[in-house]
Design a protein around this ligand. Structure first.
Ligand code: ADP
Ligand code: ADP
Length: 231
């Protein structure tokens, strides 16, 4: 079934159009890489699909229901209950241990302390960093932090994981390892993934690649980029 749908999504920052009418469908369990040059609108599209940003025009639907018209509070609830987000720098809470960081989304959702800790440890183990459960982010490498952030993004077993350059701050090998774990675990639980990356190699892990250029999906067709004559 179709999970996410963008129809004619337009979004500008002041006079700068970042998205100029994007259409995109993402199916249940599908791993989609959103690629294209810097400034092409990748992050903006991810934010619109995840309900973080509201489009100026067009529609965003989750399982057929428009969410772009929802209030900030309703979209925030959807993000916490159904979506997971992961950014380039994991944004772990510096004062909390790895296990506490991973347990946090569950505690916010009302899960009991003991159950949240158990789930956190399970997810740290799945990401191969169980031995760091009691370490704080400052005591971990970038790759270890991003594994921990990945565990935190998946611990709620989201239906869609939005990942914006999740391996962009890591060296090639480490980035590839973190991404392999992320995609494997998402596939195991049928989570769709929207993966923003500017690295073609990383896009190879996806089922499908969507290229955004100048705020529209580039279908690679001849003539699409040719400006109309005259005017
Ligand atoms: P990408 O992720 O492909 O690099 P972005 O979605 O970040 O593209 O940016 C698309 C365009 O919107 C760029 O021209 C960028 O400079 C602009 N932009 C993005 N975020 C902001 C913002 N907060 N304020 C102003 N312009 C922005
Ligand atoms: P990413 O690495 O995910 O593409 P960026 O580094 O482009 O993100 O942007 C980081 C933050 O700065 C985002 O919140 C984005 O909206 C904002 N931003 C991006 N481009 C601009 C811009 N031209 N002017 C103001 N803010 C921007």
């Amino acid at each position: 079934m179709t999970y996410l749908q963008a129809r004619g999504v337009v979004r500008s920052y002041g006079p700068t159009p970042a998205l100029r009418g994007v259409n995109l469908d993402i199916a249940e369990g599908e791993v989609v890489a959103v690629t294209g040059p810097s400034g092409g609108g990748k992050s903006t599209l991810l934010h619109c699909l995840a309900g973080i940003l509201r489009p100026d025009a067009g529609e965003v639907r989750w399982r057929g229901e428009r969410i772009d018209t929802w209030s900030e509070a309703a979209r925030s609830r959807l993000r916490r209950s159904t979506f997971g987000v992961l950014f380039q720098f994991g944004q772990l809470v510096a004062e909390l241990t790895a296990a506490e960081n991973v347990a946090l989304p569950l505690l916010l959702a009302g899960t009991g302390r003991r159950e949240a800790r158990t789930a956190a440890l399970t997810w740290l183990e799945r990401l191969g960093v169980a031995d760091l459960a009691d370490n704080r982010p400052g005591e971990m490498s970038g790759g270890q932090q991003q594994r921990c952030a990945t565990a935190r993004a998946l611990v709620t077993e989201p239906r869609v994981l939005f990942a914006d350059e999740p391996t962009g701050a890591l060296d090639t090998l480490t980035g590839e390892q973190v991404l392999t774990s992320l995609v494997r675990l998402a596939r195991e639980q049928g989570t769709s993934v929207v993966l923003v990356t500017h690295e073609p190699r990383i896009a190879g892990y996806a089922d499908r690649e969507v290229v955004l250029r100048d705020g529209v999906v580039d279908h690679g067709g001849l003539g699409l980029e040719t400006p109309l004559a005259g005017g």
